[in-house]
Design a binder for this molecule. Structure first.
Ligand code: NI
Length: 396
């Protein structure tokens, strides 16, 4: 087994760039400073970066002869007030890198540096610094602007540091790996009236309460139990006074699934449940379903590439088949070309059980073990080099 530790100079650069980004987080579509820092560093490496999708940056390293392999990092932070006491905590009020995208960007920059120092002799690597992952639209915008064209990459790889997996572990899973994200908005209309004479009114609160419960049958009774689906209602707003039956009630929530088949079934099933559940109480409902992200489905061959690369550094018991219902817009790339998105453990805790208790992503106390970052660099770089070597062998 090979040590995954980077040479000291690269490590120091990685950590210092990550801290610089952490101190200056920016929200989706506002990553102007972050984008400028990335652009300037790529230029300093002798590359010719170009801007894309407003705040995105793309650059290529390697030979014009042969195919392209893409590697992707994301740039944006979250509207969260940081509550860590890190010396490099956010200087921007109410904005925090609470998902680790600062680490992803810094890691990809080190990959760029290493590729420049030792460029592939056949083919090249396209480095994609993508904006607005949290907004769920950054990847789509980059694809619309042609990030996967001229020529289309033969594969794409991306990584997510994970605060609830011990440092020195990797999560890699073939097939359905991360959830779809749908936003659900339901407006229920009844007829207002006096709380003392409910039979002369039509109560949207009772209809809404029934609907909240009925929605759970989507998971338990309408979708194949072998498929993972979750429905959560996050808001239920209705009424103005204790003795008034209101005219309307409004619910918002999210539906998520790992499976493409379940994802396709969801709209029709929701329509049926919503209308029938409120009709039972004499109400009407208007359902608005916004489909933000598709399920993230890793391709078999590329998942094997990541696993093989990781095995050079880690024993098998540290390579876990991680999957989760959190969403990730890397799914948009995987709808277009083959690839794999994997997790790199970044918890300070040493056991899997203890790591689960660490502050989760999107939490004000979210923290990452910087020791873990070298593995992100290693696996991304090695996966790209592996692809280009294979492509070269095929034409020799
Ligand atoms: Ni993230």
């Amino acid at each position: 087994m090979v040590s995954w530790r980077l040479p000291e100079e690269e490590r120091n650069e990685l950590i210092s760039f990550r801290r610089e980004l952490h101190q200056h987080p920016e929200l989706s579509w506002q990553e102007f400073e972050t984008s400028r820092r990335v652009f300037e560093r790529l230029e300093a490496l002798g590359l010719t970066p170009r801007r894309m999708a407003k705040t995105g940056v793309v650059a290529e390293v390697g030979s014009q002869e042969g195919p392209v392999v893409a590697l992707r990092a994301d740039l944006d932070a979250l509207p969260i007030q940081e509550a860590t006491d890190l010396p490099f905590a956010s200087e921007h009020q109410g904005v925090m890198h609470a998902c680790g995208h600062d680490a992803h960007t810094a890691c990809l920059m080190v990959v760029a540096k290493r590729l420049v120092a030792n460029p592939p002799s056949y083919g090249r690597v396209r480095l994609i610094f993508q904006p607005a992952e949290e907004d769920t639209d950054g990847a789509d915008m980059m694809i619309r602007e042609g990030v996967l064209a001229d020529p289309e990459p033969i594969a794409i790889y991306g990584a997510h540091v994970w605060s609830q997996m011990p440092s020195g572990y990797v999560g890699v899973n073939a097939g359905p790996t991360m959830g779809s994200v749908d936003h659900l908005e339901i407006e229920i209309t009844g007829r207002g009236g006096h709380g003392a004479v409910p039979h002369t009114a039509i109560d949207p609160i009772v209809a809404g309460a029934n609907l909240v419960m009925s929605l759970q049958t989507l998971v338990s009774r309408r979708i194949d139990p072998m498929h993972s689906v979750v429905v959560s209602i996050g808001q239920f707003e209705a009424g103005t006074a204790f003795n008034v039956i209101p005219e309307t009630a409004k619910l918002t929530g999210t539906v998520r699934t790992l499976e493409r088949e379940a994802w396709e079934q969801i709209p029709a099933l929701l329509e049926t449940i919503v209308h029938q559940a409120v009709a039972a109480h004499g109400c009407e409902a208007k359902l608005t379903l916004t489909r933000s992200l598709r399920p993230l489905i890793n391709h078999e061959r590329e998942t094997e590439v990541v696993r093989k690369v990781a095995q050079a550094y880690l024993p098998d018991e540290r390579i876990l088949p991680t999957k989760m219902l959190a969403g990730e817009d890397f799914s948009a790339f995987l709808e277009q070309i083959p690839g794999c998105f994997f997790f790199v453990g970044s918890a300070f805790e040493k056991s899997e059980a203890d790591a689960m208790k660490a502050a989760p992503h999107h939490n004000p106390r979210f923290m990452l073990d910087e020791e873990s970052f070298d593995l992100v660099v290693r696996i991304l770089e090695d996966s790209a080099r592996y692809e280009l070597n294979e492509a070269h062998k095929a034409v020799l």
